[in-house]
Design a protein around this ligand. Structure first.
Ligand code: MSP
Length: 648
């Protein structure tokens, strides 16, 4: 048996100086989707992410809170892991730079390069950007500030160890020239080549003015510069410096995914470290663009970050993953907005994919009692066209993913969805049914169901929940255990009983007047942090009392209750909140008869922004909880408490 093809992919390791935002979620979602796809295509995948926990910035942040740096990072790293879980990120290893194994790896790297004579002691005097943990030459500053983040730099003067980057400049240029796939996309390769040609200075790789870092093994009082420490994580995950099986199997990495502003570290410092260690260089470093908000980079300091957890809670995980992967041309900057997210979800997920599944299974129920028919008729040209495109699609997607053309890969899958919707209109099964052309009707239905089976398989690496939902409604099992070969045309077995369910993506309704301001409302402004994030908190985040007080909980008396036309889960309530009458729409129709609620005093969130559900305005939200077997109970109080009383 030939050895499986390997794929080692990494994300940058994130600074736990604060919680992550949707920009960080972007890189990790891309890495996770690639890892899942390559696994699905039968490759031996290793996917690593982690946290970059040392450095002056973290030490200062911890000091400001009066806790130790380790206490500080533990809390935030737990929130990273919580976010990755919510985003359905399945990594193989999570490297914390405070791990003992990482200390060993970094010290071994330092020692080895030192012994080789490529690290030497001298003194550093120059500019330092603490938020970016980067040294800058005077002539690279822009108006005296950090050219990457535009924040003030500090003058630093200390005894330091230096790494001989300059010695390797020519060798690196030659390598880049001979390996066009090493730095991608091409525009960034040109940028890096120009940077190297403009002259490399030796890099300062130790600091003495703080101690939150890995000690230099050969020099008292020095800690290793945080980037030298961080880059080594890609080796730590494989067990370096031991000659492990993983080192043997997965090094060199196939792909380091990084944001464009940290390309210099990954395509200059990191390869030179590897050259000095006599290790092969990663095959590709891909510098992706930024997720912008109103055309500006999202960042804590600008106060324009979007919290992915809030979005996941509101829209579900797959719409967020899909948006990130589909909307942004991989490599370029892309804009995030709530409106774009809703439009993308409604157009591609609800209308195109969700609707195809729904209408196909409705017709199947009507014409074949929900059982998959055999494709008995001679195929027409329209049938052949659909089958031909679907048959070639798995390999096409594989080629696009290998070439990191993620949004094009998704577009090619959605082209099949579009073709299938058109095929329904053109083949008009309702006419075939009227004319009692059973064989032809069976063939059309089979082709649609087989298309959906394949689409489920092809999308599952990108939007895992959706793949599973499609298969469940098709009455198929074990999508998780299936691979690319299972996406070949014709493997759907006639006779299977399908199980049509609710629409997999209900359309999101947006009130016209709300559309503009809402984009901003979801943006979390930075506030002084009192919140801590312990590992054992179910939501991963503890809030301060001031956060709780933002939520206006009041007692409301239910005056009237009635069902919402066309929505079997919703009830429409008229409630008295003390100073006014409000309408609240709640998803409780399967648990309460309207009359059971009239007169009750319930708890509502009064200052929730209004929303429209199935065309009905809802001005608040009631509180409820579920029993272990799923029965919902609305939280209520006795008649002793008047409507409008604040719950505190
Ligand atoms: N700790 C270093 C990386 C060390 S890797 C050996 C670091 N951390 S970071 O937390 O500041 O950023 C991690 C990654 O998030 C970077 O690749 C960065 O480009 C990415 N992003 C941060 N904001 C982003 C957007 N708004 N959009 C897309 N990516 C963004 O740098």
């Amino acid at each position: 048996m030939t050895a499986k093809e390997r794929f080692y992919v990494t994300t940058p390791i994130y600074y736990p100086s604060d919680n992550l935002h949707i920009g960080h979620a972007y890189t990790t979602t891309v890495a996770d989707s690639l890892a899942r796809w390559h696994r699905f295509a039968g490759r031996d995948v290793y996917f690593v992410t982690g946290s970059d926990e040392h450095g002056q910035k973290i030490q200062r942040a911890a000091e400001a809170k009066g806790i130790t740096p380790k206490e500080y990072v533990d809390v935030i790293v737990a929130s990273f892991k919580h976010l990755w879980e919510k985003l359905n990120i399945k990594y193989d290893d999570f490297v914390r730079t405070t791990d003992e194994r990482h200390h060993k790896a970094v010290q071994a790297v330092f020692q080895k390069i030192y012994e080789r004579g490529d690290i030497y002691k001298s003194a550093y005097e120059g500019w330092y950007c603490t938020p970016c943990e980067t040294f800058w030459l005077e002539n690279r500053l822009v108006e005296g500030k950090c050219p990457d983040c535009n924040r003030p730099v500090e003058w630093v003067k200390e005894e330091s160890y230096f790494f001989r980057l300059s010695k390797y400049a020519d060798r690196l240029l030659k390598y880049i020239e001979e390996h066009p796939e090493f730095i991608r996309p091409e525009s960034r390769r040109n940028e890096m080549v120009n940077f190297i040609k403009s002259g490399l200075e030796d890099l300062c790789v130790s600091r003495t003015t703080f101690d939150w870092g890995i000690p230099v093994p050969v020099g008292e009082g020095h800690v290793i510069y945080v980037w030298f420490d961080a880059l080594t994580n890609y080796l730590t995950a494989l067990g370096y410096p031991e000659a492990t099986e993983k080192m043997e199997k997965y090094w060199p990495a196939d792909l380091h995914l990084v944001g464009k502003e940290i390309m210099r570290f990954h395509t200059i410092v990191w390869p030179i470290m590897l050259m000095a260690l006599d290790l092969p260089l990663p095959k590709t470093v891909f510098g992706h663009g930024w997720l912008l908000f109103d055309s500006e980079k999202m960042s804590k300091s600008k106060g324009n970050v979007v919290d992915p957890l809030v979005l996941i809670d509101e829209f579900g995980v797959d719409p967020i993953r899909y948006f990130l992967l589909r909307e942004i041309s991989f490599g370029q900057d892309g804009n995030f907005s709530r409106r774009a997210l809703i439009e993308r979800t409604n157009a591609d997920l609800a209308n195109d994919l969700g609707n195809l599944l729904n209408r196909t299974l409705s017709m199947l129920n009507r014409y074949f009692d929900g059982v998959v028919p055999a494709p008995a008729a001679q195929p027409t040209e329209l049938d052949q066209d659909l089958v031909a495109y679907a048959s070639g699609l798995p390999q096409k997607v594989d080629a696009l993913i290998k070439d990191l053309k993620i949004n094009e890969a998704l577009a090619s899958i959605w082209k099949l969805v579009g073709k299938a919707n058109k095929y329904v209109d053109e083949r008009a099964p309702w006419n075939l049914a009227k004319q009692e052309q059973r064989d032809e009707l069976g063939t059309v239905m089979y082709n649609l169901l087989e298309t959906l089976r394949i689409v489920g398989l092809l999308v599952k690496s990108f939007i895992p929940e959706t793949g599973a939902k499609i298969w469940a409604q098709l009455g198929l099992e074990d999508i998780a255990g299936k691979n690319l070969d299972d996406a070949a045309w014709g493997l759907l077995t006639p006779g299977i009983q399908t199980r049509k369910g609710d629409p997999i993506f209900p359309r999101i309704e947006v009130e016209k007047e709300e559309e503009q301001p809402v984009q901003k409302q979801q943006v979390k402004r930075e506030e002084p942090k009192t919140a801590q994030t312990p590992a054992d908190s179910p939501e991963g985040v503890l809030i301060g009392i001031e956060d709780f007080l933002k939520c206006e909980l009041v007692i409301a008396q239910v005056l009237e209750a009635e069902p919402v036309q066309g929505a079997d889960r919703l009830l429409k309530l008229q409630v008295d909140v003390g100073d006014e009458k409000r309408q609240i729409v709640a998803g409780i129709a399967q648990h309460y008869k309207p009359e059971e609620l009239v007169g009750r005093r319930i708890v509502v969130v009064k200052n929730l922004k209004p929303a429209k559900l199935r065309g009905e305005l809802s001005q608040g939200m009631l509180l409820a909880a579920s029993t272990p077997d799923g029965k919902l109970e609305v939280v209520s109080v006795s008649d002793a408490i008047p409507a409008g009383s604040r719950v505190k």
